[in-house]
Write a protein that binds this ligand. Structure first.
Ligand code: ARG
Length: 262
């Protein structure tokens, strides 16, 4: 509200207040160019089926569709920017993207740098192994004397947990890959002993590769949410739209088109 700081005449102030009361979609904030307020830019990493992945040249998936539905509800244009997973939070905090949506787990560490929306889905960190692996449960990873090579996608919670819980405790070596699929490829080639990754992509990667299984035991259960720059004006708007889309069943309908209930 820089206008108010400049000591304008009272009449001007009243006019400005009326304009903002009429609530013209954020147009009263002088610092944002009109087209910037009108376009929602979603930062994601489109290598994470069924949440975001390529179908030809198009990025599709649960997050892509929920993001588009939010933009539609807000009457804004919608653009998806694909980038490495660990570039998403920097893109959001620097203002290059309006928000980040990437099957992203709400964590204490991330809350230091971003705000999160309400959660729209649950995620589970699971362990993928080759059939017949000596690793048969999550507990095996924590066993005394364990020394597994664990494949993860860089910067994901699978990476963070494996690093803090296992590598730092001398129980494992963590191999970091740009994509979850690359970690899974390394597993099929025997270069890593297991992969720690979210359950839904895990199912897709296991279905696409022979000889892999997901362990029954869960490593961690998490909440997925949309991240925003701290104190962004968009948070309340986007979260409001998300809440409506959850309440009217749109979010569940989108999830159901990508994930069949077992
Ligand atoms: N849920 C995990 C996390 O937040 C992994 C998310 C990976 N998402 C992606 N689009 N690659 O760290």
């Amino acid at each position: 509200m820089k206008k108010f700081m400049k000591g304008l005449l009272a009449t001007t102030m009243v006019f400005a207040m009326m304009t903002s009361l009429v609530g013209c979609g954020g147009g009263s904030e002088a610092e944002a160019p009109a087209d910037e307020t009108a376009t929602l830019v979603m930062a994601t990493n489109a290598a994470f089926p069924p949440y975001e992945f390529y179908e030809g040249d198009a990025i599709v998936g649960i997050d892509a569709e929920i993001g588009a539905a939010i933009a539609e509800k807000l009457g804004m244009d919608f653009v998806i920017e694909d980038m490495e997973f660990d570039a998403i939070i920097p893109a959001v905090t620097s203002g290059k993207a309006s928000f980040g949506m990437a099957g992203m787990t709400v964590t204490e560490e991330r809350l230091q740098s971003v705000d999160f929306s309400d959660s729209y889905a649950k995620g589970v960190q699971v362990v993928i192994v080759a059939e017949g692996s000596a690793i048969t449960s999550v507990d095996d990873l924590f066993a005394e004397g364990a020394s597994n090579v664990i494949g993860v996608q860089t910067g994901t919670t699978g990476d963070l947990y494996s690093t803090w819980d296992l590598e730092d405790a001398g129980l494992a070596t963590v191999e970091r890959f740009n994509k979850g699929a690359d970690a899974v490829l390394a597993l099929t080639q025997g270069k890593v002993d297991c992969v720690v990754i979210d359950n839904e992509p895990a199912k897709e990667f296991v279905a696409a590769n022979e000889g892999l299984v997901i362990l029954d035991t869960e490593y961690a259960v998490e909440d997925y949410a949309i991240c925003f720059a701290k104190d962004s004006e968009l948070t309340a708007q986007v979260n409001g739209a998300l809440q409506e889309l959850i309440a009217d069943g749109t979010v569940q309908a989108i999830i159901d088109t990508y994930i069949s209930a077992e």
